[in-house]
Design a protein around this ligand. Sequence first.
Ligand SMILES: [Zn+2]
Length: 279
Amino acid sequence: MKNALSIDVEDWFQASEFDEVIGYKNWDKCESRVEANLLHILKLLNVKRTKATFFVLGWIAERFPELVLKIKEEGHEIATHGYAHRLIYKQSKEEFREDVTRAMEAIEKVSGVKVRGYRAPSFSITVDTFWAWDILSELGFEYDSSVFPILHDRYGVPTAPRFPYRVKLESGKRFFEFPLSTYRLWGRNMPIAGGGYLRIYPYWFVKKGIRKINSEGKPAIIYFHPWEIDPTPPKVELKFLSKFRTYTNLDVTEIKIKKLLRDFEFAPVEEVLRNTNFP
Ligand SMILES: [Zn+2]
C-alpha cells in the first residue's frame, strides 16, 4: 500500500500563525530559510528513493526558480499551495481565482510542468468555500487536498469523508479530493497526518493511525513544511496557542519523517489517486 507524501513549500514567515505579526507586505524583509530546508528534505527523500508532491507557493516559485526546477529534476510532483497564502474564506471567488492563476502561471513558467494539484493555505476549504473546487476544475486542476475532516478553530469539515473521493461538480468534470488523514477514535476523527500533529504526537501513535487506515485498504496522506525541519528558526513573539503550534518539537520532525520513510511506502498524491478505485 502506497501512502501519499506531501510538502507545502512555504517559508517560516508565510505560515498563517504569522499573518497578524508579519503579514504579506513584509515577506520580502524576512530572513529566508526555505531553500536550505527544502534542499535538506530533497536529500532525505533521495536517500530513501521516495517521491513526493510539493505544493509550492507561487511567491516562492518566482523567487526560487532553481528550487522548483530541482524538485522537478528529482522526479517529484509539482503542485501548488496558491500564491500569497491567503485563507480561501477570506477571499472572494474572483480573488481566489486570481491568486491560484498567478501561482499556476509562476510555477508553470519556471518548470514547464502543468500543475494539476492544489492544497489550500491552512486547509481553508470548508463548507463555506466548496465553490473553490469548481474554480480549480475550471482552471484545469484535477485534484485538491485541503479538506481536514476534523473540528478546528481555523479549518475542518468534521463530516467530510475521511478517504479520497470524487467530488461531484456541476460541470460533471472528474475532480478528486484527498482529505488529510485522521485516526478514528472514540467516535471522533483525530488529525494525525502531519504538521503540528506529527510533531506533537508520539511517533507510535502516528504509525498506529496510518496502519489502521491501510488495514481498511485506504491510503493515508502525510504533510509537512520545510520550516518544520528547521530546529532554530528566527523567533517571533506569538500568542500562546500560535507559539505552541509553531515552535513545539521542531527538533524531532526530521527524526519522525525518517521513521515514516523507514516504516511506510510513499508516492506523490497524483500517483496514489491514479491507483485508487473510485466507486
Ligand atoms: Zn501553508
